[in-house]
Design a protein around this ligand. Sequence first.
Ligand code: PAF
Length: 291
Amino acid sequence: MRIISTPGEMSRLARAIRREGSGRHSLVPTMGALHEGHVSLVRAARDGSTIVTVSIFVNPTQFGPNEDLARYPRTFEADCAALQGLGVDYVFAPAAPDMYPDGFRTSVHVDGLRDRLEGQVRPGHFDGVATVVLKLFAIAQPDAAFFGRKDAQQLRIIRQMTSDLDLGIEIVGCPIVREPDGLAGSSRNAYLSPDERRAATVLSRALRAAADAIGRGIRASAEIVAAADAVIKAEPMARPDYVELVDADTFDRVGSIERTALLLLAVRIGSTRLIDNAVINVRDGEVNVER
Ligand code: PAF
């Protein structure tokens, strides 16, 4: 496994991979502090690709002024050891001044999707994500890129950008990986104290309550959201930012379940903000919930 630390070196390598027709090159963009969710992305990428590159870059432009950029966990050595064991070919780990040199002026906005839900609570977040992902795509020139479905709005925005800009990169969304007690894998779980860690299961419990309501035949959003809300309200350490049922394509709120929808949660546990979601699939009148 080779570690590449400059965009110039990575693009030279990417051009050589293309020129030599070396086979399918997959990119797994990450901010490091790797957990089982990332491992599943790398495994999915490894399976069916000739070359796998993982990028590790804590992207400053996707953090708001009062967010956790400074304290975001950085575990580069351990990350590299894990990636080596997973058979990764290249780790691209650029420094921020090389990604955003003085005079950098460009920002990517995916209108209509960037300023609601996560984007409303975290203004500018998705512009930062779209900009860095487009840069990573331009530098690494992958055939495919792998993202977790936990960040559902991010995945939707990256798909839209890739299609709008004809990037010709296959975007693969991978299932959420959960701890045995249901907590979704996140680098931010490292911030939780033992009590907060216990309270954090409220997100997956809320999704389960909503899934149970759907299983009982409830289709009205207000009732499904209320089932999830009741679980969150019963947890004293939890403060919800939002609990919303939205159309999986437009991210508009829906009144009832008629086509594929997403139940999205953002909840603060102490000073840690966690997100989670469930996909509500509707096929031939059958509804099933994927968490
Ligand atoms: O999901 C993440 O870790 C980040 O948002 C991403 C896609 C690597 C962009 O910085």
